[in-house]
Design a protein around this ligand. Structure first.
Ligand code: B3K
Ligand code: ZN
Length: 882
């Protein structure tokens, strides 16, 4: 482990490199513990650079085994090598020169899963953000682009497959039992997009004919025997390639596109040029083992990594501060893809739920940072939901501000102007300004100011003047190191609805720019007057969640119910149901805390059940409506002094009331939403399953016994139904004989399938209540538990810390201390994983004092450890900062 040096990187310090890298030739002689890497790098000094400056290259835990300058040995006095850098003095001032570097690395011992490592007998790499420097000394930064040639030599029997980026040049035998393969990637790329894979894998093959008629070979590599489970991923890949041509005019640019699935991976997937490496969780699926959510994730992530080929790879980032340039934009693109492939409003609801449950708390806590940060201590800690999801929302707002045509024109300009570049956020925004003529200066604050803006709205109707007046105020909360904020440009989609739900078009609007259905809030406070309104309208504000804000707008139950029934924007209907639910859930938490009886507004229950039973609505939408705000959503809305037990008790009581009132609706949905025939993962079938399972959730609340859930478990013929019914059993009746039998049967049936075993762990880790910590500890003793596999660690410890508010936040603080001990242990092997798990405590200050004190002590324990990685040190210190 590299321990923290406390060094901070600032955007303001950005300078181009002193040397330009012209080409890269790599030769790997693979060996599990002693891989020899020879890197031949051709540099030339950048024009105008001081001719005496040495060449300085990055390293991380490296050992130099050989060094040549223009093929000649150089005296030891001319260079300095440490594990972290290689400095060579007296390199030529004006002619290109070649540096040949030899390093010996140990893939087997690489538990960080950065650089070259081994997983399940496969050699694989992960280089983003700074993993390439663990392979060889290199100018390891994204603005250094070069074409790469890669030669791989390895034992042939163990590694029949030798892969790298670009096009295959050729291969042959290579001495005793070995062979080699050569790859050439003509597209200049930064080192973080380098990849190498070697081993013995099975392949699923297909071809795609691009819009200009070129045939591209498609290959997905998985463990032998798992090929049938990669069929859906292949289908998703072909749909992604087609969609990018149609929606963005982007064509693929190599002869081959490969995906490799591995089982030890720190994240979801990686967009290496022409050779994506995936966590197998996001490749493998079949009805028996994958849920509908798994299918949807596979489709989205396959698309996301493929879309990076243009947004990220051909146009990359100048420096890591620009991460949102590729990530936010590519998330926006994958969201649009899924919206086109599935249901747009349902996709939008899911996106907003995710944004609010993950990004809003980040933006409201100690880890808040701008979409485009200006400093970092550990870049791996900035692959955040702010950079990704809020970054995507910022791109979406540009599309909203400009409209479809001008947004497209701006994107085309970006591709044309910056293809082959390492670009910045400013370059990106400039393309939209140039394409539209619109000044996006104020809008750009979305990149620079952290914190979720709070918009307070109030409306008044004047029957005599026939006007509707909308007063708006915005406030951007203070965040770490940003105490005062400027007003932002907030594009609010809105509609004025008449009593029958039809949209009323005003004759004119004064006080704010209003284009299409978008009202532009640009001042701290603004009053818009809508003229020619003949009766009191109902305002539907922030339709489609056009802007990622917190909205305070107190709207009566009748108005919300009207929106829920009539809005043509179905996202707004869901939002109205959510707005009806939240006050009930918040009050229920307060009442439960004070030991008072919990009650629920019948108007809300009526609106919810009406939506649930409305056959004109898609089942997936109705399922989203029935899936009430989560306990963390309620905690977020309550804001401070939270008691997770009271929130849980209050929510359960509300669910119970809804179950009672809606018994008939739920019974008929449970019977009527069966899917028949062979399983299909399509969105409509998934929606029926989701609605049926939502109905089952309510029905089981009417029982005091596990029988109904057990019947569902025994009858399930797909993983969505099976895991849902298992979760109902485990979470509601943890100690029943039925639950024990179901858990044992599940385990028995799927013990060989790691991805399903992960579900078995995750479901148990999510059991509400203080006893779950003991359960988790016991599960860690199971022979199925595996400390070195990130998926398994996330499924048990991650699900407990992120997904179990009552269990993790036990009043005695034992959950926090358990996590602290785990973090310290994991940090020794895999700092990225440790840091990520630690972010589960980011909202610790919003807990009631007793819990907050315990959390504080646990965090201080971590901070006080002798040896911490930069990753964990950075997170823990930011979380503790006053
Ligand atoms: N670009 C990678 C993430 C790399 C994370 C490095 N710590 C996957 C993605 O966003 O597509
Ligand atoms: Zn990405």
């Amino acid at each position: 482990m590299r321990t923290d040096t406390g060094q901070i990187v600032y955007l303001a310090d950005y300078r181009p490199t002193d040397f330009v890298l012209e080409r890269v030739d790599l030769t790997f002689e693979l060996d599990p513990t002693e891989t020899k890497v020879e890197a031949r790098l051709i540099f030339r000094r950048r024009e105008g650079t001081d001719p005496t400056l040495p060449l300085v290259l990055d390293g991380d835990e490296l050992n130099l085994a050989g060094l040549l300058l223009d093929q000649a040995e150089i005296p030891a006095s001319q260079y300095t090598a440490t594990p972290e850098s290689l400095t060579i003095a007296n390199v030529p001032a004006s002619v290109p020169f070649e540096v040949t570097i030899t390093t010996i690395i140990n893939p087997e011992a690489n538990t960080q899963l950065m650089g070259l490592y081994r997983t399940g007998g496969i050699y694989c790499t992960q280089c983003e953000a700074e993993g390439f420097r663990r392979i060889t000394y290199f100018p390891d930064r994204p603005d250094v682009l070069a074409p790469y040639t890669v030669n791989i030599i390895a034992d042939k029997a163990a590694n029949p497959l030798l892969l790298s980026n670009g096009n295959f040049l050729g291969g042959a035998g290579y001495g005793e039992g070995k062979h080699f393969a050569a790859w050439f990637d003509p597209h200049p790329k930064p080192s973080y997009l380098f990849a190498l894979v070697a081993g013995d894998l099975g392949a699923v093959e297909d071809t795609f004919t691009t819009m200009s008629g070129r045939d591209v070979a498609l290959k997905i590599y998985v463990e032998h025997g798992k090929e049938p489970r990669a069929a859906y991923a292949m289908d998703a890949l072909k749909r992604s390639m087609k969609w990018d041509e149609e929606a963005f005019g982007r064509e693929y640019d190599l002869d081959i596109f490969m995906i490799v699935a591995v089982s030890d991976f720190n994240m979801g997937a990686m967009e290496n040029k022409g050779l994506n490496v995936f966590n197998d969780k996001y490749v493998l699926a079949d009805p028996e083992t994958a849920t509908d959510a798994d299918y949807a994730n596979i489709e989205a992530i396959i698309a996301h990594e493929y879309f990076h080929n243009w947004t990220g790879n051909r146009i990359t980032c100048r420096d890591w501060f620009q991460l949102c340039l590729k990530e936010g934009l590519t998330v926006y693109r994958d969201h649009e893809f899924s919206a086109d492939q599935r249901s747009r409003p349902v996709k939008r609801i899911a996106e907003v739920r995710h944004l609010k449950s993950e990004q809003f708390p980040e933006d409201a806590g100690p880890l808040a940072h701008p979409v485009r940060p200006t400093k970092y201590r550990e870049i791996n800690n900035f692959y955040t939901t702010t950079v990704y999801e809020k970054g995507s929302e910022v791109t979406r707002m540009i599309a909203t501000l400009l409209g479809r045509e001008l947004f497209k024109k701006g994107m085309d300009l970006y591709f044309e102007r910056h293809d082959g570049d390492a670009a910045t956020v400013e370059d990106f925004v400039k393309c939209f300004e140039d394409a539209s003529g619109r000044d996006l200066g104020q809008f750009s604050l979305w990149y620079h100011q952290a914190g979720t803006p709070l918009v307070t709205a109030s409306g008044a109707y004047d029957a005599t003047a026939q006007t509707f007046t909308l007063s708006l105020e915005q406030m951007v909360p203070a965040t770490p190191e940003q105490s005062s904020k400027e007003p932002m440009h907030i594009p609010l989609r809105l509609a004025l609805l008449a009593e029958d739900g039809s949209i009323v078009t005003p004759q004119s609007v004064t006080g704010a720019e209003f284009t299409g259905d978008v009202l532009h809030l640009t001042d701290r406070s603004q009053t818009a007057v809508f003229d020619g309104i003949s009766s009191r309208p109902v305002l539907s504000l922030n339709r489609s969640f056009s802007t990622p804000i917190n909205l305070h707008f107190s709207q009566g139950t009748a108005d919300l119910a009207l929106i829920a029934r009539h809005e043509t924007d179905h996202f707004a209907r869901w939002q109205a149901l959510n707005d009806l639910a939240l006050p009930n859930l918040m009050q229920a938490a307060r009442d439960a805390r004070e030991g008072k009886a919990v009650s629920c507004d019948p108007a809300f229950v009526g609106a919810l059940l009406a939506a649930a039973g409305d056959e004109s609505l898609e089942p997936a939408f109705r399922a989203q409506a029935l899936n009430l705000p989560s306990e963390s959503d309620i905690a977020r809305e309550l804001g401070s002094n939270n008691d997770p037990d009271a929130i849980h008790a209050g929510r359960q009581a509300i669910l119970g009331e809804i179950a009672l009132a809606g018994k008939d609706v739920f019974t008929s949905l449970y019977d009527g939403m069966r899917t028949s025939g062979t399983f299909s993962p399509d969105a409509a079938s998934a929606g029926r399953r989701a609605l049926r399972n939502a109905a089952l959730t309510f029905l089981t609340l009417l029982d005091n016994a596990p029988a109904r859930a057990k019947v569902a478990f025994d009858a399930a013929d797909n993983m969505t139904d099976l895991s849902h019914s298992l979760a109902l059993l485990v979470h509601r009746h943890p100690d029943s004989a039925e639950t024990a039998a179901a858990l044992a049967a599940f385990r028995e049936r799927f013990a060989e399938n790691a991805l399903v075993v992960d579900k078995w762990f995750a479901i148990q880790a999510g059991t509400p209540g203080a006893d779950t910590l003991e359960r988790v500890r016991k599960l860690m003793g199971s022979p199925l538990f595996n400390r070195t596999n990130p998926n398994r660690m996330r499924s048990l410890i991650g699900s407990f810390a992120f997904g179990n508010p009552t269990g993790f936040n036990r009043a005695d603080g034992a959950g926090y201390h358990f996590l602290a001990d785990e973090i310290l242990d994991i940090d020794q092997r895999n700092p990225q994983l440790a840091a990520r798990l630690l972010t589960s405590m980011r909202s610790w200050r919003s807990l009631e004092k007793g819990r907050a004190d315990h959390a504080h002590a646990a965090l201080r324990k971590i901070a006080g450890a002798d040896k911490l990685s930069t990753d964990v040190r950075d997170i823990v210190e930011r979380m503790l900062k006053e």
